[in-house]
Design a protein around this ligand. Sequence first.
Ligand code: TA6
Length: 280
Amino acid sequence: MSREEDIITIRQGNSSVSIHHHGATVTSWKCDGLEMLFVSKDAIFNNKKAIRGGIPVVFPNFGPWELGPQHGFARITRWTLKESVSNESCGEAKAVFTLTDTEETRKIWNYNFCVTYTILLRNKEFETRLQVENSGSDEFEFTTLLHTYFSVPDINKTTISGLQGLQFIDKVCESQKFTEDRDQVAIKENYDRVYMSTPNMHVIKNAAGGHSVRMVKENFPDTVVWNPWIDKAKGMSDFGDEEYLNMLCVEPGHVSSPLTLTSGAVFEGKQLLSIIDSNL
Ligand code: TA6
């Protein structure tokens, strides 16, 4: 397990968020003691492997990468904590992490960058804001995503809104493109879909505690929906065989086409998660 100094926790009222320095991975979002995010009971905290759950930060590449590790190096690199404040009178707790290029990153992706990851916690809602600055002289292309794992009581009763009529790349079906015809998308098998040109709001119904969680996103035009289901769950050593029943990934990102960042330019993407139907 993690050494305590690897994780910081910020608190605001009856809510808390914990972030692991490894990958600046959010590992917990609790409201009145109710854990809203999923982290596998078999997750490995060795400061090497990506943490299986919470919100891994995917940068500079989503998916398999010919230059380096799948989903890029950000989620498997130790970030620097710049700031952490809790229980502010303004009603907002904050933590700020940064990641800049190193000799290691430049060996596989020879660009200069500074990523700033800001976590803002208010009562019943929490925002993660990713800013990527091109701090070098050469423009670069990248894809990026917040790989959010939601805890759900029963995947068979969970649905996602905001996908109807959209095209999606189905990675379970040779990356063929299809159109979603459902208003409420239910998961009944292995889903690994990149929904494109999505609206800025989704509602995940029957999330933790049976509550609905609203996701409002900015500058993340794609939404990945992933559940490994039975066979793939069995194939992951850091994921319990039955855990597919209690998690769903709904991941805001810019992944279906690369972003180009010129020298000095900054990209900013955000996700705001709110519990919208509870008296928590
Ligand atoms: O976001 C969905 C996905 O790209 C799936 O294809 C699956 O590989 C998942 O990410 C987890 O990837 P990981 O490298 O963490 O095992």
